[in-house]
Design a protein around this ligand. Structure first.
Ligand SMILES: Cc1cc2nc3c(=O)[nH]c(=O)nc-3n(C[C@H](O)[C@H](O)[C@H](O)COP(=O)(O)OP(=O)(O)OC[C@H]3O[C@@H](n4cnc5c(N)ncnc54)[C@H](O)[C@@H]3O)c2cc1C
Length: 381
């Protein structure tokens, strides 16, 4: 029964926690983060089906598309509880968090009907085809071309770091349709089974293979694969990246858990000296600050402003990285074990990626320096 002092978020937390405790886990399910490996796809999909049936998939989507219209705080409560329960919060990030909202906003009625229900149920996996070998931080420099040919589009070029592409059914592509830096970009929805698309997995240093190179050789896309209008690709890209900010503070729960594991690992190896204790305490304080700053930013603006995002992205990815470094010192020589033998070794190896994905730490510092502190702009070469 609801206590008088219970806030709506607390009631939702209790409901979610009870459901997660009772829900049967598909065989082989692990908390794989935002992107499943090939072997995670089957259990991840089964898990997403269960979430969808219980009404916990795509929480933030509007009710007319099957969501609950959940606030950022409710989404975060769900993400925290999923992390605590050791399960992924959905099949992958790109479909529910990125593609769904931009298709809702920029897509035609027909596209919404075609794509949204399969994302909601977890039937289709999506990938984000943005970054290229010479266009990452400077995304507007991308060169993959789409040209009109009769009633279709022909795409040529290369993407890289495409998370989940190997198993993806669809991709959200930004390609160049004109000379102008921003207005020359257009967004497309791509069926990844289209002839001419080659996906080449890249192996990461943690041994997993979550991202890929994707090559387009004369790939013919139908006219209705255009998402939004011709030349609206930059708007679609920025709207997509804007969605990534929603779960930043929610990572704190997983970080506290990792910090406990690091402390235990150090204690078990008799390495818990005052220097290490000092670093553990420092990180503990930074995780609390991350969570408090995030809650305060949400209280001020539920959509989270771009400067608040930059602070949170910077702090969360650097805390994540530092946790990995701390794990190395806590493990001592055991840090040389393979990641399959120790989740802490994996954490250390993936720590670096956090300060790169979704906007590097240097870029966040530039944004804060220029837009918040009003410092002189970086010289443009
Ligand atoms: C785990 C992971 C998953 C990813 N998944 C996807 C995905 O699914 N789809 C996708 O499209 N992309 C994905 N990416 C790519 C990611 O968006 C890019 O790696 C990121 O935007 C940086 O681009 P880059 O790697 O080309 O580095 P670059 O932009 O080449 O930067 C190289 C270095 O220079 C620095 N730098 C660049 N410009 C400036 C500047 N103006 N001032 C100061 N320093 C600067 C950067 O901070 C960085 O240290 C993923 C990346 C990672 C790590």
């Amino acid at each position: 029964m609801k206590e008088p002092s219970e806030t709506p978020e607390e009631a939702f937390r209790a409901e979610v926690r009870a459901w997660l405790a009772a829900a049967p886990r598909p065989e082989g399910l692990r908390d794989y983060g935002g992107t499943p490996e090939l072997t995670d796809v089957a259990p991840g999909r089964q898990w997403h089906h269960a979430l969808a049936e219980a009404g916990y998939a795509c929480l933030h989507w509007p009710p007319e598309h099957g969501g609950r219209g959940a606030s950022v705080l409710e989404q975060a409560v769900f993400a925290e509880e999923a992390a605590r329960a050791g399960v992924p919060r959905q099949l992958n990030i790109v479909g529910p968090d990125l593609a769904g909202p931009v298709i809702t906003r920029f897509g035609t009625e027909e596209q919404r009907h075609r794509y949204l229900p399969a994302i909601l149920r977890g039937d289709h996996l999506w990938c984000q085809l943005f970054s290229e070998p010479d266009a990452g931080s400077d995304l507007a420099a991308l060169r993959t071309k789409a040209r009109r040919d009769g009633g279709s589009w022909v795409v040529d070029g290369q993407k890289v770091w495409t998370s989940g592409a190997e198993a993806a059914d669809h991709g959200l592509l930004i390609a160049r349709t004109g000379q102008e830096r921003h207005q020359g970009l257009t967004a497309f929805v791509v069926d990844m089974a289209t002839p001419g698309i080659t996906v080449r997995p890249l192996r990461q240093m943690d041994g997993e293979s979550k991202f890929n190179e994707v090559f387009f050789d004369g790939v013919r896309l139908p006219e209705d694969s255009l998402l939004g209008e011709l030349g609206q690709g930059w708007r679609v890209a920025t709207a997509t990246l804007g969605q990534e900010r929603l779960s930043l503070g929610a990572q704190a729960v997983g970080m506290f858990q990792a910090l406990r594991e690091v402390t235990e690992a150090a204690r078990a190896r008799d390495r818990l000296d005052p220097m290490l204790e000092d670093r553990i305490t420092g990180l503990w304080a930074r995780i609390w600050l991350l969570r408090a700053t995030w809650l305060r930013a949400l209280a001020a603006d539920t959509e989270l402003s771009s400067s608040a995002f930059s602070v949170l992205k910077l702090v969360s990815s650097e805390v994540y990285r530092d946790l990995g470094d701390l794990a190395t010192d806590a493990l001592g020589v055991d840090a040389l074990l393979g990641p399959e033998e120790s989740p802490l070794v994996r954490r250390m190896l993936v720590g670096r990626a956090q300060t790169i994905l979704g906007g590097t730490s240097e870029i966040q510092r530039n944004i804060l320096a220029e837009r918040v502190l009003g410092l002189p702009r970086e010289p443009v070469r």
